[in-house]
Write a protein that binds this ligand. Structure first.
Ligand SMILES: NC(=O)C1=CN([C@@H]2O[C@H](COP(=O)(O)OP(=O)(O)OC[C@H]3O[C@@H](n4cnc5c(N)ncnc54)[C@H](OP(=O)(O)O)[C@@H]3O)[C@@H](O)[C@H]2O)[C@@H](O)CC1
Ligand SMILES: [K+]
Length: 482
């Protein structure tokens, strides 16, 4: 699990640890890890540290201090290190002295872009967790020069200018190839749009003790998902494995039903019941489906429902499903048709799976606002509806109605932005709900498998939603290491 903590939590842990350590010890740990990472990068881009050209972009806080001390370590190994001081009279004194002792030189910002252009490595120490808003004006030409240069850009703690707590980006920011972060991941390193600017992320342990219950966001990894995946025991029959009901599709959109069933069949439930007008299309493709056209109430027992994909304007089916006392996943048209009060008053878990446009409509804001503030949008929707919310997109986030860390999915790929891919995801997540996984686990596990399946199906070329569904078993095997 990659776990991210808020700036406040990190600062508290830092204070506690600092009180027990000699002054400056934490910064030395950070700088040592940072310098080691930079040395590796230099090995790749310049062949070696000795003789390579390093430019440090140094702001007025401790983030700049980290950069200066790391620069000093690289200078001692023979790198030519130049520190560009954005606020010369406020740069970290100890760091500056260390760099000068090691033979590094300093300069102010104006003539720096030329040096940046010639560098092998640019170390972004403009601002870290103490930053507010995007980059200030003086730093923008340097960030631009770094982006244009062939240098590798390594961000200290965070790409400067991004919001550490939310992943929001307001204004100019540094684009890094690698971010070396200290003590803990920050939510902004896991959530788009900020995540995209961080490049690869490496965590340097500096000994902070972070309370698990204070986590703000977490990203599942293979091992976590492997533990969550339901595996049938020797005693299982199809009913014990769970039956998922899919109420989806319409005469106009039969494909949504087929794709939701395609996902549901690969999500671990023992059987899939389909209810709706697309039964013939579903059976033609998946003869193992139990089909009925008598509505959800009369369909027979299920352990979870999926409602909404391709539903058109069929509000009564949505209402009927919401009245069921089993977990319900609401997607697509169902999100628009569901009565908010009926969702809020449900006693069994509900999982809503909007994309940014659907979330925006439910929140009464623009799509851009949701895309720029994924974390708060998902949390806000979850609180309003008393439901778990899986907000799909460049980073899929899943928020619980009762707070706690959001799950952030790291497996997504832009190849998944294809028609019908959401229908597959809803079937898959509903199937996992039917096996008994809680909504947060079902949603995040489904997003993980779905992302992986998307990658496996695409392998760098366009793939249709049905290809993604077909690749789910391979994703499952990959996660379990079979
Ligand atoms: N936590 C830990 O355990 C450890 C933390 N460590 C390190 O300390 C870092 C935090 O240091 P920090 O607190 O000094 O804040 P930092 O990020 O340098 O920024 C503050 C300065 O930036 C300025 N500034 C603000 N906004 C700006 C903007 N948009 N654009 C430009 N400038 C802006 C602001 O200026 P002012 O507003 O005062 O004019 C202020 O002077 C942390 O990220 C990590 O690297 C490690 O060394 C060891 C362990
Ligand atoms: K930085």
């Amino acid at each position: 699990m990659r776990t991210a903590y808020s700036v406040e939590t990190v600062r508290n842990a830092e204070r506690e640890l600092m009180a027990r350590l000699p002054e400056g010890a934490l910064m030395q740990r950070a700088a040592a890890g940072l310098a080691a990472a930079c040395a590796q990068v230099l090995g790749r881009v310049a062949g070696r540290v000795y003789g390579s050209r390093v430019v440090l972009l140094v702001g007025s806080g401790d983030n700049g201090g980290d950069a200066l001390y790391a620069g000093a370590r690289l200078a001692r190994r023979g790198a030519g290190v130049t520190a560009v001081l954005l606020a010369p009279d406020r740069a970290h004194g100890g760091g500056l002295a260390a760099l000068r002792r090691a033979g590094g030189r300093t300069m102010s910002g104006e003539s720096a872009p030329a040096d940046v252009a010639r560098a092998d490595l640019v170390l972004d120490g403009i601002v870290g967790i103490g930053g507010k808003g995007g980059l200030r004006e003086a730093a923008v030409p340097l960030a631009d020069a770094a982006a244009r240069s062939r240098a590798a850009v390594v961000a200290v703690d965070l790409p400067s200018g991004v919001d550490a707590d939310t992943g929001e980006v307001r204004g100019a920011v540094v684009r890094a190839d690698l971010t070396v972060t200290f003590g803990a991941h920050k939510p902004g390193l896991l959530i788009d749009p900020a995540r995209e600017y961080a490049g690869a992320v490496r965590l340097v342990d500096i000994g902070l003790a972070l309370p698990a219950e204070a986590a703000e966001a977490e990203a599942l990894q293979h091992a976590d998902v492997a533990l969550l995946l339901p595996v049938p025991g020797a005693e299982s029959d199809k009913y014990r494995r769970g039956v998922v009901g899919v109420a989806a599709g319409s005469a106009r959109y039969p494909g949504a039903a087929v794709l939701a069933v395609a996902g549901a069949l690969r999500g671990g439930a023992g059987a899939v019941r389909y209810v709706g007008p697309a039964g013939d299309a579903v059976i033609a493709r998946f003869p193992e489906t139990l089909v009925s056209d008598e509505g959800p109430k009369r369909a027979g027992r299920v352990q979870a429902w999926v409602v909404g994909p391709g539903a058109g304007d069929d509000a009564s089916t949505v209402a009927e499903v919401l009245a069921a006392e089993v977990p319900v996943l609401i997607d697509a048209d169902g999100l628009r048709l569901a009565d908010p009060e009926a969702v809020r008053s449900r006693t069994a878990p509900t999982l809503m799976t909007p994309h940014a446009g659907e979330a925006a409509a439910l929140l009464g804001v623009s799509r851009e606002e949701v895309e720029g503030a994924r974390l708060s949008s998902a949390r806000e929707l979850a609180a309003r509806y008393g439901a778990a919310v899986l907000l799909k997109g460049s980073t899929t986030v899943v928020a619980s109605p009762d707070g706690g860390p959001v799950r952030v999915n790291a497996t997504g790929t832009s190849w998944l932005a294809t028609a019908g891919s959401g229908d597959v995801l809803s079937g898959l997540a509903g199937s996992l709900l039917a096996t008994g996984l809680p909504a947060l686990d079902a949603g995040s596990t489904a997003a993980y498998l779905h992302g992986l399946a998307g990658r496996l199906a695409a392998r760098g070329a366009p793939a249709g939603a049905h290809d993604v569904a077909k690749a789910i078993p391979a994703a499952w095997r990959d996660v379990r290491g079979d």
